[in-house]
Design a protein around this ligand. Structure first.
Ligand code: IPD
Ligand code: CA
Ligand code: CA
Ligand code: CA
Length: 269
């Protein structure tokens, strides 16, 4: 559709700069937003390109930009939610797993999204009611129904981010039940891979709207299910995400919630 085209062309343009920078990461200026939370000139340049391209195509839409500090334009009810470089830590280490994520939100609902992976040139996109796609190939979440056949992606806390003590029991429980856990380092791409049936599920806490807005639409448009880990129905407004096919979503949700409950001191009474 026209709107997907706008997002895809903007992402491809920003990606050309990112690919150049990826080839010479030693020349980038890097600063920190937290103890181990990095932002580089690659992030900010890509964000400027995306903002300019999207604004040119749809002058009235607002913005929520990771590096732009939540800037909102004219129409706050219709806004782009943009992560110009999801996987900055990978990028700065020369690890080829990072992406650009753009979602379009209307009155609180995500109606379209793309996650572009420049290194492999994979353009994942989804539009509400029109399915999820990788270029021209329709996406479907995996059909696996057993945890011990499933590979589950996650995001690990790091220095200064996340509740490490709460996370470890979850990781331990999922490790014990599944065929494997992966930490690839781009939440947006993790979700696109769930939509594509490559990962059977994904969970993470302390994510932001720009990490997951596009990817969550992909999962649901690919026939999957997404919620907060606690079961809350609005993962995009909450801080934690659990996504999988509906069967595994149920099983994983129970494993995660049981692990958290066991690790917490029992209530008195
Ligand atoms: C990060 C990535 C990572 C996730 C972190 C995010 P950034 O985004 O999505 O996979 O574990 O929580 O902050 O900072 O590289 O855009
Ligand atoms: Ca970041
Ligand atoms: Ca991100
Ligand atoms: Ca980012």
């Amino acid at each position: 559709s026209a709107i997907i085209n706008v997002m895809a062309r903007a992402a491809e343009k920003a990606a050309r700069g990112l690919i150049r920078d990826f080839g010479e990461v030693e020349h980038l200026q890097v600063s920190r937003k937290g103890p181990a939370d990095f932002v580089s000139t690659a992030d900010t340049k890509a964000e400027q390109i995306l903002r300019a391209e999207l604004q040119k195509a749809r002058p009235d839409f607002g913005f929520l930009l990771e590096e732009g500090g939540g800037f909102t334009g004219k129409d706050a009810g219709t806004r782009w939610i943009v992560d110009p470089l999801d996987g900055t830590t990978n990028f700065l280490h020369g690890l080829p797993f990072w992406s650009i994520s753009i979602a379009l939100e209307k009155e609180g609902e995500i109606v379209a999204g793309i996650v572009y992976e420049p290194v492999r040139d994979e353009m994942f996109w989804a539009e509400k009611g029109a399915g999820a796609w990788n270029n021209h190939q329709r996406l479907r979440v995996s059909g696996r129904r057993k945890l011990d056949e499933s590979v589950i992606a996650t995001g690990l806390p790091f220095k200064g981010r996340g509740n490490h003590a709460d996370y470890l029991p979850q990781l331990q429980a999922v490790m014990a039940e599944t065929a494997g856990v992966r930490r690839f380092g781009s939440a947006a791409l993790d979700l696109a891979y769930v939509a594509a049936g490559r990962f059977d599920g994904y969970w993470e806490s302390h994510v932001q709207p720009w990490d997951v807005a596009a990817g969550l639409l992909m999962v649901t448009e690919a026939g999957g299910f997404a919620s907060e880990i606690g079961g809350g129905r609005n993962p995009y407004a909450g801080e934690s995400v659990l996504a999988a096919n509906s069967h595994l979503h149920l099983l994983l949700g129970k494993v995660l919630r049981d692990a958290s409950a066991k690790s917490k001191p029992k209530a008195e009474g």
